[in-house]
Design a binder for this molecule. Sequence first.
Ligand code: G6P
Length: 607
Amino acid sequence: MCGIIGAIQQRGEVAPFLHQALKRLEYRGYDSVGVTTIADGKLHMKKEKGKVEEVHRLLDLDDLPGSMGIGHTRWATHGIPSLYNSHPHFDCNSEIAVIHNGVIDNFLELREELASKGHKFDSETDTEVIPHLIEDYMKEGMDLKSALKKTTKRIEGTYAIVVMSTREPDKIVCTRDGNPLVIGYKESASYVSSDIPAFLPMTNDMILLLDGEIATLTVNDIEIEKISDDSRVERESIRISWTADQAQKGGFPHFMLKEIHEQPSAIRSTLKLRSEVIVRAAQILRDANRVFLIAMGTSGHAALAGKHMFASLAGVVGTFELASDFSDTVYGALNENDCVIAITQSGETTDTITAVKYAKQYGSKIVAITNVVGSSITRIADHTIITQAGPEIGVAATKTFIVQLTSLALIALALGELTGFKDPSVIMRKRDSLNRLPELVSEVTAKSEERARSLANIYHTKPSLLFLGRGVSIATAFEGALKLKEIAYNHAEGYSAGESKHGPIALVQDGFPVVIIAPNDETRNRIVGNIMEMKARGADILSVIEDGDSDLASISDHIFEIPKGVEPEFSTIPYVVPLQLFSYYMSLRKGYDPDKPRNLAKSVTVL
Ligand code: G6P
């Protein structure tokens, strides 16, 4: 969840690049910033608690000498956000600088051991044991790479570590186990980062680093070895299609708004995924005895909607489980005939990766849906679908959600063709409707934006909102509530409308806002009943309905309208769009930054 950047270039000062790269990593969520460079045989360091630009105003992050350096945005785990806990961390002689993402579980015993040998610690972090361990091994005569290798054998936990030392001032050494690191390169420069957008303006060529590998970056070379047996790894590079522009705001005030507007083209690109990739996923599902859909956060809501699509279109009834609770729910009752579909935009969420590794132990087949090429999940899964959203910078997921839904829809249609649960003509009609969604979502976005802005003016004083749906729209309700919670800090609850009378209705009194997701599907008439129950207790009803549904419009206080022609299984795709916009404008109206919600991170790499 923290951001890592390292760079070595042939000439020129590297600090301005590191500063800009840290800005590009801001979206991951963080509370402090630090940069270290090497010049004239010395480490030069600036770090402080605060946002990149605040720290820059205070310390001038561009003013550091040298053509190689490392930088970090920290999201506190061990120790409060403070200058001292900010990375990089150093050895006793300020010769070794380390940045680290992840958690070192055995840091207390290592710290005690090192302290007893006379090492001095400046922070409360788990990370700080790393430079001190390296210091000891280098004292024994090891070079930086060997010292880092040896250090990885002492630490337990998860990590991405980037190190440099004045003793070997021509290289950056890095390793990972459980936390992401990608390497970028071009002629006369090498980069390492937790995330691709950090170096996109410099290069689109990257090399994956896998768990248990160590890489040495110099200006002209990248050398990778396996730590277990010191063997050399030869790995092909990958050219990323994402552009640096995609990771810029492109005239929009916030990434989130830009990414909402990019949804039609993201769906379009995802619909063009090669059919073999989709059919292979469908075959794995067809051959499985049981299907588990697992994910976290917004991806969990895609999984829930996917479950409905599989059942309705293919007669395959899956189970949705939160990845964080998967092992505590299935208790090892998995086998090689089960299939787990793991959905994660980042491909790095620790909860999801852990659940997938757990399922693999039992031989279950893994299908992954992710937006990031080369991310951790792609290396564990038996089969991966890469969604085509391009880089998503806003912490609150929008376009990655929409493409997850699109991929699940494609799989459900292919699975339907394989199982024959629905007549082929029905599947064809549904496919046609899916293919029309890019235009329809454009229309919804254009039509809903102004309304979302004006509704935010009405609802911004309401502390608490209930979101209700039935069937697949429960997923839409969950996502609408989550978006509002994430960026406008409202108490918002997504609920099954059917279940709402068994508790949540007790909250409803005069003016209490209830958001109803009511597409024109088989649940529509039953949801009318729920609206009436809520209205009878004074609820203020904001409904998302099909265009021209005058009955629902007449019992609602406010409405968003979605054009006709949406097949029920896919309704989450257009129906969530006004809710994304509503949350965005609620966040703005309340004076928050929707791109950087407090306490949240784009990819959560701790359990
Ligand atoms: C974090 C993000 C959410 C995201 C969730 C799962 O909490 O803030 O937006 O939905 O992680 O992330 P994933 O990368 O697995 O989809």
